[in-house]
Write a protein that binds this ligand. Sequence first.
Ligand code: OAD
Length: 254
Amino acid sequence: MSETKFPKELLDKLVTAENIVFFTGAGISAESGVPTFRGKDGIWNKLKPEELANFNAFLRNTDMVWEWYQYRRKIVREAQPNPGHLAIAEFQNYFPNVTVVTQNVDNLHKRAGSKKIYELHGNIERNFCIDCKKWYNDVPIDENKKGAIKCDCGGLIRPDVVWFGEYLPQDEFKQSEWEAGRSDICFVVGTSAVVYPAAYIPFTALQAGSYLVEVNIEPTDFSSHAHYSYFGEAGKVLPEILSEVKKIKSSKKQ
Ligand code: OAD
């Protein structure tokens, strides 16, 4: 038998698992060049969430908030899915039900090919008018054009992301809870898991008896709850786990 660095318990779970959830955060996209929020170079170390990720801030300072989102849109449009996103998408070839529950707004799971994705904090590519609710998606980024754009009706257009103090999209959250509740394995990848209610998802999985695997570059508040924590970059660790899956699935066929 070949040597493996993963615990037998995880390997056994991978043999029988049918329902897998990946709960992801900013760390999964870090290797694609999208900044995280906390930690050494985190966005919230330099900028204040209450001035940017908040509806009242948007009303007070519409142009500034809009331009910040245009800047982030530019980063995510230029970014490419990394081996971590791609490995998650490839899990779909080996398990009947793979769900991605993400706190990210960057679309990179979709671009990597994941099919079932619940975006708990919205999606930066979508925008809507706060008055008539008309959608304005994939808006062009013209760096010479400053300031927010307005709807045909005259209303302000905001990004379809969840700001502090706002509700999560209820359907996406309910579906995520349902998938977490029936998961056999829940991977918690690249998240500090400190922002609620999204961070309830791995606990829902845990309470339902799922096997919890954390993938992060460093220990987090969640580490003591995980059955197994793997400390390394998601873009390296997830392909390694995937290659174990491939070995397991091919030996089962023989
Ligand atoms: P954070 O910035 O809080 O956490 C990112 C996590 O990723 C940290 O635990 C890092 O150690 C880890 N990390 C960094 N690089 C990594 C890598 N290459 N591989 C694996 N792990 C890595 O981001 P989130 O947990 O996603 O909400 O933050 C949650 C929410 O807080 C965000 O959705 C956003 C933010 O405020 C809203 O905007 C509502």
